[in-house]
Design a protein. Sequence first.
Length: 257
Amino acid sequence: MTTRDPQSETPPKITEVPPGIAPVVILVEPQLAENIGMTARAMANFGLSELRLVNPKNGWPKKGVREAASGATHVLDRATIHGTVAEAIGDLHYVLATTARERGQMKRVFSPEAAMGEVVAREGQRIAVMFGRERVGLTNEEVSLADAIITFPVSPDFPSLNLAQAVLLVGYAWRQASGRAALPFSGELLSPPASREALVALFGSLETALDGAGFYPPEKREIIARNMRDMLHRMSLTEQDVRTFRGALRALTRKGT
């Protein structure tokens, strides 16, 4: 992955999801500037823009938080600070709490994908996902304020997720569920498939070059030539591929003369 210097590059153009469509992200008593900054980056990756911080440790703003956001400073600039969870969720209609462990509470439990399907189905409602403290997560009382729980299908041998990683998984699931997960590029062929005429010409050039190099055992020439043609057919060559192969063959035969 390319590493970018957020201080030297031109700020990206932000195409935002309209307010009220994407879920709000609530971090409860986050401690580390790096985690808050990386959370903002994860949110921006998937079109989430509303961040609420409940009683961040050691105050706000934090030194180093903007650097950790890697350009997602629009999320940080709009972040709001709240004294309690109750205050942070007061204007919302539906709240999900993330947790890695069973809490003994009679609540629906969702995977990120199922939870974001529920979010999309509640169009027009204000919805948030709560994430807890780096070390201990949310308290049982805080979870009790939520309508349902999101948990992650992690390995039981190592269930702990970094705060920004958890936000990233939820953001990705929301983007998928909301129909916004179009890939940024398709990988489609830039050159059309090679014509039969071009392939036959390539076969001829290749077999002539191999004949000249003494490659074929006389008694097996036809079998080997057919096998190599089948191999090239399986490669589904484009016109550009054929031109490249033929150019390489010309260079090799010139060098050998």
